[in-house]
Design a protein around this ligand. Sequence first.
Ligand SMILES: C[S@@+](CC[C@H](N)C(=O)[O-])C[C@H]1O[C@@H](n2cnc3c(N)ncnc32)[C@H](O)[C@@H]1O
Length: 219
Amino acid sequence: MIREKIKEWFVSGIVNRKEKNILLTSLIYSIDKIANTVGHYDAYIKKEIKEKDLILKMPKIDNEKNINNEIYNMDANVLIREIECDILYIDPPYNSRQYANMYHVLENLALWQKPEVKGIARKFDTTHLKSGYNQKNAIDFFNDLIENAQTKYVLLSYNNMGNKGHSRSNARMSDEDILKVLNKKGKVEIFEKEYKEFTTGKRKRGENKERVFFVEVNN
Ligand SMILES: C[S@@+](CC[C@H](N)C(=O)[O-])C[C@H]1O[C@@H](n2cnc3c(N)ncnc32)[C@H](O)[C@@H]1O
């Protein structure tokens, strides 16, 4: 109902594009706080849950800050061919779980195209949104990205789940393959930090480390 109202206000000119996006941001954040899920929308919690109020908050908008920022919403492997940067920070998906499939409710709210939804989780067909980074050959997409990056430094966040966890949690790229790709680009250093792992509650593992690979790109 709220999303429909936002659309109605936008179409009739009551709010402009920026205002519409602020309202939408507020709605998406608030909904995520009260959703009866474990954080993603693959399934919902079936036992009785405590009802919470939907509280819409105003995002902190500061028109003075970051005025030169540019935001793109597109495939990183396409974008990389069009931009140059000083530092390329990459935080790609780690495992086989496709984001569009996990966050389909929020994606739907953002686009509001009302596609056909199916199954108990009421998902829409996300085939066109599938990412190469969740696939078995993720390293090919990563290699393509790094080879085409025009940057002085690369920072890559990637965890060390390797083959340790539940199979869907296994990292898609091995350290060995990541290093092969990065070593071609420049001098690599790895920084590590213990991290609270993301699991769907299926099992517990310790020693999950969040790592940052830092590359000083060869001239
Ligand atoms: C680990 S999350 C990054 C989270 C982000 N750093 C944050 O703090 O919100 C990985 C993100 O990469 C996006 N993604 C996956 N494949 C992509 C691609 N080919 N191009 C651009 N984004 C992609 C996913 O949709 C997801 O939002």
